[in-house]
Write a protein of this length. Structure first.
Length: 286
């Protein structure tokens, strides 16, 4: 793991504790893997996390006790140790339930790299969680056993580098035009769809169709989630949020507009969402 950037966040208040080790992928995967995250958690105050819509899909391999997932579309999946799951973009919150203990690793693929990695249109994964073995077959699913046997997180990250690089090597190239549009909407969600299509040199309808195939959502829906994601990232870790100021800073028409969007995408009022925010990221379910 020479040269790999690593950061660690640990929380322990004597009742609940968790640890996240976040690491950059190997140099050969720069631009395709956002990061790896190895995590472990033991909690008593809550056993369910509320997962919010974001502009990246989810690919996790469970290394601990069983986890029950309830997707945004209502599908339920139980994941045992050594098994994994994949989810596309969500337009509503999902839930992950445990008995109070969990451990695993997350592969934070860039959205279009995930499309190449999975070998299917991302629309098939929108608002869904699917077993990794059903999507990638037994050869990649066997990675879970090797990760569980690895001596430490450093060895796990090395295994992930090998497995991800091998699969991406055989995958088709990503759509560079759509990759540019995705990056632009993440930075500036208010960018008009027509302006993106014109910049690429396509008609608006053709651009929207290609964008949906590669990401699973229309450009407008993606931009809506990107705006929400930026809002969530800006929530203060302590203190009362300035909702009016956050609305103005992140492209909402006004505070009521922000409240409607939070209710739709998080399933909570803004105040309730802020109250459930956990140290280091994530949200507890009451």
């Amino acid at each position: 793991m020479t040269g790999r950037a690593v950061s660690v966040f640990a929380f322990d208040d004597g009742v609940d504790r968790w640890r996240f080790t976040r690491a950059a992928a190997g140099a050969a995967l720069a631009g395709t893997v956002h990061r790896y995250t190895a995590y472990s958690e033991t909690t008593q105050r809550f056993t369910t996390r509320r997962e919010l819509p974001q502009t990246r899909g989810v690919l996790i391999i469970n290394l601990g006790d069983p986890v029950e997932l309830i997707g945004a579309g209502g599908d339920i999946l139980r994941v045992l140790a050594g098994e994994g799951f994949v989810g596309g973009l969500y337009t509503a919150p999902s839930l992950s339930r445990t008995g109070g203990r969990q451990q695993g690793v997350e592969i934070g693929l860039d959205l279009l790299a995930m499309r190449a990695f999975l070998g299917a249109d991302m629309a098939a994964f929108t608002d869904r969680v699917l077993p990794l073995r059903d999507v990638l077959g037994p050869s990649f699913a066997a990675l879970g056993q090797r990760l569980g046997e690895a001596r430490d997180d450093a060895a796990r990250f090395d295994l992930l580098d090998q497995a991800v690089a091998t699969r991406l090597l055989a995958a088709p190239d990503t759509d560079r035009a759509i990759a540019w549009a995705v990056a632009r909407l993440r930075r500036a969600p208010a960018t008009p769809v027509a302006a993106l299509a014109a910049r690429i040199g396509w008609g608006r309808q053709h651009f929207s169709e290609r964008f949906r195939r590669e990401t699973g959502l229309s450009p407008r829906s993606f931009a809506r989630i990107a705006r929400f994601e930026r809002l969530v990232a800006a929530l203060p870790a302590t203190g009362k949020p300035d909702w009016a100021g956050l609305a103005a800073a992140h492209g909402f028409a006004d505070q009521p507009h922000l409240a409607r969007e939070v209710a739709s995408l998080a399933g909570l009022t803004p105040t309730a969402l802020a109250a459930r925010m956990l140290p280091g990221g994530g949200f507890a379910e009451a």
